[in-house]
Every structure is written in structure tokens, then in C-alpha cells.
Design a protein around this ligand. Structure first.
Ligand code: SF4
Length: 374
């Protein structure tokens, strides 16, 4: 029977579009993505491109360089999750990859120091740079050179009573990320890649190591471009996550002392009282902690669900790039992946057509061997 677009009965529509949250169990946690799941009811559950284009929206709720909060509506969890995973592991940044230790007399081993240096987020726009990998020559197009040189000494002007903290008694007792300096190389060529901003750590106050008088660190470093899938140090986000929009409904009128009790049960202050009746005032603030349905009788009054196609996204940048730029970069990576799949499908379709026709489309004069393409 060919499927037609229709209306599902309300209980099935709810199962299709909502995840139910009970105190002891979650209902319908898995979405119904099969195109023919409801075919017998005359409902076409297939994804239609035009519907997707019309219904999929992205609304920005808050945005600054460090964080962006947005609502992604009208799509499925696999798409939202793809965006999240790309943000975590496929948007490139620059991070310290090679550390050349000239001198390290601190108590920290060279390897541990190199590891800590690698995790320092760098304020460098990665987009003009090329990827570098072992064996490739180091050029201005794929590397930014940095150095760190510091030595701890006694502070001659510190009080002699020995009570003062090390930061007063000694100079350079704490090695901070702010001591990392850019080392220009490649002359004018380099400005094509780094622009006008001098490469530097995002934060100046990350503690790398502690020194005591006489101890010294002198290292040179190469920062290269790569992605978080290779190592977490290249991940551009501190966090990237989403949650489905929570919905809180009152099934019955909750009044008087019971309404007051409900307001007090909720730690997120979702409920208010209006004219002695409980109302759901701030459903978005619900953390789905389920405190309001902990006692059995409350499940008869309060219904908790999550909307399956509405995602509240939060993206926090490490500072390497502004958070909104990360989202647009992640979306272009996702688009690139879609293009790749389309090209592969196209090629497979062409190959199939060629095989079915027994003709090589690129050389139509040449008849294909019967055994080819099997
Ligand atoms: S689930 Fe928790 S946060 Fe949500 S309404 Fe109930 S008590 Fe409040």
C-alpha cells in the first residue's frame, strides 16, 4: 500500500514525537525513523526534504565569543549528535605538537612538561593554515613557532623572616602560560597565515610548573593544525552538548496547600502559583530531575516529557576561535560530509547504470565485458 501523509492517533503521535519521563522508567526513548513504521495507518513517516527545509530552524538565544546557546528545532537526534561530535572532534585548531627541550631542571619530567604545554589553548585562527604531519617539512603555512624561557631566582627585596610565600621570596616561582612567546619566522610570508594578531595562549594564567631558585626551563615549540579526533588538545570546545526540550504538564488542577507543596518540591522553580492554582511558569528551566513525581500520587498530577525534535544546544569555546565561528565551521564540515556521501552515491549510481546498460559511459564506444562490475 503506498503511504500517504495523514494524522496519527494522538497516543501514537505522542510516542512518535515525545520521550516520556516517569519516575521509574523512560518511555519511547528510541525515535521511530522507519519510513513505513505507520504505513498501515496511512501515515508516511519518511523524511521529506521540503518539510525539512521548511521546519528546521536554528534560533540563537545567547551569543558571545566564549559561549553560544541556540535552539535547533525540526531535526532528529542523529543530526544534532553529528553536529555535537563534529564540534568536539572535527573542527581544527592549532596546538603545541613538538617540544624541543634545551634545558629543564625543574622537578617536572620533560614528557610531562610537553604534555602540559600541548594542552594550553592557543589564540590562533587555524583556517589559513595547512595540516602538518610527521615527515612533512615545517613551513610558515603549517607551523607556528613558540618559545618558553624562564629561570627562578631569589628575590633580593623579599623580607628575610622566611614567612613570605614563594611568590614573594622568589622570582618566577610559578611558570604561567603567559610566559609562552611567539617566535617569528618566514618573514613577511608568515603574516599571510597569522594575520595581524600575534599568536599567544588564550589565557595567561595557566600554571604549567613550579620552580625554585636555580631551576630553569628553556623550550622551543611547534604549534600545528589538527583535529580533536587525533588528540583532545586540538578540540576547539570546552563543552558542546544538547538536551531535548523538557515539557511539563499538569494533568489536573493543583490548588491550595498541594500547589504550595508542588512549588516547593521543584528545585528549578518551574512552578508558580496564580490565584491559588499551580501553573507551569518556566518549563525550559526543568532539569528533569523527577523530584516532582518521586511520590506515586504525583505522577497522576504531573506529566514530564521531552520533545524529540527540539534541541537546546550549548557550545563553549576554549578561546581558540569565537564560539559562533565554531558552529558555522562545524556546519560546513557537516555539509562537506553530505557532499561526500552524495558524490559517492552518484558514482555508485553511474556505475550501476553503466553495468545495467553494458556500456562504459566515459567511453560509450566500448562495450563492457559481461564479467565486469560483478
Ligand atoms: S522534573 Fe525536577 S526540575 Fe522538572 S519540574 Fe519536576 S521537580 Fe522541577
Amino acid at each position: 500500500m503506498p503511504a500517504t501523509i495523514g494524522q496519527l492517533p494522538s497516543h501514537l503521535e505522542k510516542a512518535r514525537s515525545r520521550v516520556g519521563v516517569g519516575f521509574k522508567k523512560i518511555s519511547n526513548p528510541v525515535g521511530t525513523y522507519g519510513a513505513r513504521t505507520y504505513q498501515s495507518l496511512g501515515y508516511d513517516n519518511s523524511l521529506r526534504l521540503n518539510d525539512f527545509k521548511e521546519n528546521c530552524t536554528l534560533e540563537i538565544l545567547f551569543c558571545d565569543d566564549e559561549e553560544v546557546l541556540f535552539d535547533l528545532v525540526g531535526t532528529d537526534a542523529p543530526i544534532a549528535n553529528a553536529l555535537r561530535r563534529i564540534l568536539l572532534s572535527e573542527v581544527p585548531t592549532l596546538a603545541i605538537e613538538n617540544v624541543f627541550v634545551h634545558r629543564n631542571t625543574s622537578i617536572m619530567h620533560d614528557e610531562q612538561l610537553a604534555h602540559r604545554l600541548g594542552l594550553v589553548p592557543l589564540k590562533i585562527d587555524p583556517r589559513p593554515f595547512e595540516y602538518w604531519e610527521k615527515g612533512l617539512p615545517v613551513t610558515v603555512a603549517n607551523t607556528v613557532k613558540l618559545s618558553l624561557r624562564t629561570k627562578c631566582e631569589f628575590n633580593p627585596s623579599a623580607p628575610r623572616d622566611g614567612e613570605a610565600p614563594p611568590s614573594v621570596l622568589y622570582k618566577n616561582s610559578s611558570v604561567l602560560s603567559g610566559s609562552i612567546e611567539h617566535v617569528p619566522f618566514g618573514g613577511h610570508e608568515q603574516s599571510k597565515f597569522i594575520g595581524n594578531e600575534v599568536p599567544r595562549p588564550v589565557h595567561e594564567d595557566i600554571l604549567l610548573c613550579k620552580l625554585r631558585p636555580g631551576q630553569e626551563i628553556h623550550v622551543e615549540m611547534d604549534a600545528t593544525k589538527n583535529i580533536g579526533r587525533e588528540h583532545a588538545k586540538w578540540s576547539p570546545v570546552a563543552t558542546a552538548g544538547y538536551r531535548m526540550l523538557p515539557e511539563v504538564n499538569l494533568k489536573t488542577r493543583v490548588v491550595g496547600a498541594t500547589a504550595k507543596r508542588l512549588v516547593n518540591l521543584c528545585p528549578a522553580k518551574v512552578f508558580d502559583i496564580e490565584d491559588d492554582v499551580a501553573v507551569v511558569a518556566r518549563p525550559r528551566d526543568c532539569t528533569v530531575c523527577r523530584e516532582c513525581i518521586r511520590e506515586p500520587e504525583w505522577e497522576e498530577r504531573v506529566e514530564l516529557t521531552r520533545k524529540r525534535d527540539h534541541f537546546i544546544f550549548s557550545v563553549e569555546s576554549t578561546g581558540a576561535m569565537p564560539a559562533p565561528t565554531l558552529v558555522t565551521e562545524a556546519l560546513s564540515v557537516l555539509t562537506g560530509k553530505c557532499d561526500l556521501v552524495l558524490a559517492a552515491l552518484d558514482a555508485a549510481l553511474k556505475q550501476r547504470t553503466t553495468h545495467d546498460n553494458g556500456v562504459d559511459e566515459e567511453n560509450p564506444d566500448v562495450e563492457m565485458d559481461e564479467s565486469e562490475g560483478s
